[in-house]
Design a protein around this ligand. Structure first.
Ligand code: UGA
Length: 447
């Protein structure tokens, strides 16, 4: 199959990180993109050239392509031009109360898309699903869209699955340097068109059917979750027997069959993807008669992470209920302001439940505003690490923001009442701190 660049008119439904980074990324490759979202405030902000969330490089990429006339925004699918060749579905699919992926926004957008296709008489359009969806969704979408067209015209629309693997905080980099591109389609012409769309991006293209592409996305996130939970359980074992998880992870990661990534022990995985996709896979697999017991176990282990920290606090503090504890890092990981399913929130709830009376303060370099209203009301949100640490009886490093690594032993000693740090991500130089009078308790390390 060719990978010749042919510039096309495309549309992206959904202006979240995935939708916007994809629209701006494809515009940068030379395509003309319209990005639509029903959130009028978000679109108004984007039309002014302001990306309303923290995502490194996305603002510049968006502005540059708007200025070049290759990118614009709209408040609905009805604004998509009739000569658009590819529509990318990138609307959010959050968890529903049962743990399945909620397709409410997805099908609402699909309804609008059906109206658009019916009315605009565009000669041939490919609808490529980038949202993380249950297996079979691209098939159902195609049926839904084709039903709206006279039988002789049903071939005007085809669907495909093009799952996205970008991470928050490095979405732009991940768009331009994908590890691989997945094109799941049932038609050679569709695969060809999507190959041209991605021309210019490095990485191997894997062609597959739609269902395999959809499952690959859920399986990839589930595998990452399993890897993290495995690391966290081995880290607990290290703590119990006096081994050093950093060394163990170094040995594991240097085997190319295992690989060095996602072996980082910590407070567990959070965010808008790994927790919800693992839940969804478990439920979907159970219904399909193929339970995913490893993934279930990974979810279970993840829930235990905050209990483990609470236990470590109990061991080190005389009276945890009368202590003031500072949390460094609130968002679900460093480099983002996203509070969705943040381990910090689970940790705060656990500490408050277990040690009534404990005073909690918290600081995050990016998510001070996002955290308000999400973290429990009793927690004081601070404007600097210093403010959180001043007078504290202990501190928990929750995420690995580089600025936390720059806090010196003398600062911890001067600011804190009792300089004791539980380093949830092994970011700090524990030996250096311990040598300078700061007790640093790492994760998976000898105490
Ligand atoms: C994740 C996947 O990494 C992306 O490939 C995928 O596209 C995305 O979900 C999605 O489905 O949209 P993201 O949620 O942005 O990306 O965050 P990750 O960088 O994967 O981190 C997830 C969680 O795992 C974080 O809480 C992080 O702190 C934790 N983590 C990660 C660890 O505890 N240890 C590690 O070694 C790595």
């Amino acid at each position: 199959r060719t990978r010749e660049a042919r510039h096309m008119k495309i549309a992206v439904a959904g202006a979240g990180v995935v939708g916007l980074a994809s629209a701006a990324g494809f515009a940068e490759l030379g395509h003309t993109a319209i990005c639509v979202d029903i959130d009028k405030e978000k679109i108004a902000s984007l039309q002014r050239g302001v990306v309303p969330y923290y995502e490194p490089g996305l603002q510049e990429l968006t502005l540059r392509n708007m200025a070049a006339g290759r990118m614009r925004f709209g408040t609905g699918i009805h604004e998509i031009p009739a000569d658009t060749e590819v529509v990318i579905m990138a609307v959010g699919t959050p968890s529903d109360p049962d743990g399945d992926l909620s397709l409410t926004a997805f099908w609402a957008a699909a309804d609008e898309l059906a109206d658009w296709i019916e009315k605009c008489a565009c000669p041939a359009v490919v609808v490529a699903v980038k949202s993380t969806v249950p297996v079979g969704t691209a098939d159902s979408l195609e049926e839904k869209l084709r039903m709206r067209l006279p039988p002789s015209e049903s071939g005007r629309v085809d669907t495909a699955s093009v799952p996205e693997f970008m991470r928050e905080g490095s979405a732009v980099k991940d768009f331009f340097e994908p590890a691989r591109l997945i094109i799941g389609s049932a038609s050679a012409q569709t695969a060809e068109r999507l190959t041209s769309l991605h021309a210019g991006l490095p990485g191997r293209v894997i062609f597959t059917d739609r269902r395999s592409a959809e499952l690959s996305k859920l399986a990839a996130n589930a595998f990452l979750a399993v890897k993290i939970s495995f690391s966290n359980e081995v880290a607990v074992l290290c703590e119990q027997i006096g081994a050093d998880y950093n060394d163990v992870a170094g040995v594991l990661g240097s085997d190319p069959r295992i690989g060095p990534h996602f072996l980082g022990a910590g407070l567990g995985f959070g965010g808008s993807c790994l927790p919800k996709d693992t839940r969804a896979l478990v439920r979907f697999a159970e219904r399909s008669g193929a339970p995913q017991t490893l993934v279930e176990a990974a979810i279970h282990v993840n829930r235990q992470r905050t209990e483990r920290i609470a236990h470590k606090l109990e061991e080190a503090l005389d009276n945890p209920g009368a202590s003031t504890i500072a949390l460094l890092g609130l968002a679900f990981k460093a480099g983002t302001d996203d509070m969705r399913e943040a381990p910090s929130v689970r940790l705060m709830e656990e500490l408050m439940r277990r040690f009534p009376g404990m005073e909690l303060r918290a600081y995050d370099p990016a998510s001070t505003e996002a955290a308000r209203g999400i973290v429990p009301g009793q927690v004081r949100i601070c404007r600097s690490a210093e403010e959180a640490l001043r007078g504290a009886d202990g501190a928990i490093l929750v995420t690995e923001w580089p600025e936390f690594g720059k806090i010196r032993a003398i600062d911890f000693r001067n600011w804190m009442k009792r300089p004791i740090i539980w380093d949830g991500r092994n970011l700090l130089d524990a030996d250096e701190l311990n040598a300078h009078g700061v007790r640093c308790i790492g994760t998976g390390r000898p105490i």
